[in-house]
Write a protein that binds this ligand. Structure first.
Ligand code: ADP
Ligand code: MG
Length: 260
């Protein structure tokens, strides 16, 4: 039997704090992601999307239920997972190139020399080719985020977790980065879990889109995105694209609509 790349089963997550009391972030959440799949998660803010990524990444334990990668329970962070956080998290004392090379050097214990060319190619791809010697605080928030994306891609991880990675980018750069991400994903197959607020982005990129409920979050429904690949600008104006986007919008707005 082949295990799914990622499986969350009956997951509850409660944050206990003496100051604020306990917050139930996730309740009875089930989600399975197949190897090589590109799945997006959409849902209202505060519903637990980032918490799901931190559980998969092994940065947080579940309060109840199981989280497994390739059938093995997640106990701690693993090297073969790449993460792009909501904020860029660059090291302020390293220039952009050394930030991008940092995980290779420190997780894999390599000097990183043989990755210089690839690091530069990735920086070119995200539009930062001329900024590799700059320090993070010399770049805008969006540029820093693009450097963080290059850093995750350089690892060529089996599993790539992305938490609203494009939200700090302007609309044009955002579309471009989406297509670049798809190109890389098609060239070097990997399992991608992508969190976004943008429904069109989720539909454009994904094999499936999981819609979450309000907090405490669980998966309300999962929509199969049966649009042909490769996806292009033309995809964005196809009737099926609009149909799927509307279906997901209705799913996200479900509670608001039924309350009205
Ligand atoms: P989303 O990413 O969907 O906006 P999060 O996963 O960041 O939501 O958070 C879900 C809920 O859990 C929120 O109510 C948030 O305040 C709470 N939460 C997240 N992390 C912590 C934490 N470390 N301690 C206490 N509460 C937390
Ligand atoms: Mg979040």
């Amino acid at each position: 039997m082949e295990w799914p790349a990622i499986a969350l089963e009956g997951v509850d997550k409660v944050f206990d704090s003496t100051k604020t009391g306990s917050v139930r972030a996730l309740v009875d959440l089930d989600l399975t992601v197949e190897r090589g799949e590109f799945i997006s998660i959409v849902g209202p803010s505060g519903c637990g999307k980032s918490t799901i990524l931190r559980l998969i990444a092994g940065l947080l334990p579940p309060s109840q239920g199981h989280v497994a990668i390739d059938g093995t329970p997640v106990k701690e962070p693993r090297d073969e997972i790449g993460i792009v956080f909501q904020r860029p998290t660059l090291l302020p004392w390293l220039n952009i190139r050394d930030n991008v090379l940092f995980p290779i050097r420190h997780k894999r214990g390599e000097s990183g020399r043989r990755f210089h060319g690839e690091a530069q190619a990735l920086l070119d791809m995200v539009g930062l080719g001329d900024f590799s010697s700059h320090m993070p605080d010399q770049l805008s928030g969006g540029m820093q985020q693009r450097a963080a994306i290059a850093r995750a891609l350089l690892l060529d991880p089996d599993i790539l977790l992305m938490d609203e990675p494009f939200s700090a980018l302007d609309a044009l750069t955002r579309d471009e980065m989406g297509f670049e991400l798809l190109r890389i994903w098609e060239e070097r197959p990997k399992t991608v879990v992508f969190i976004t607020h943008a429904i069109a982005e989720a539909v454009l990129l994904s094999d499936r889109v999981a819609i979450m409920t309000e907090r405490p979050g669980s998966i309300r429904s999962v929509i199969e995105i049966d649009l042909p690949r490769p996806r292009t600008f033309a995809t964005l104006s196809s009737p099926r694209f609009l149909e799927l986007s509307n279906e997901i919008r209705a799913g996200v707005l479900h509670r608001i609509a039924t309350a009205a």
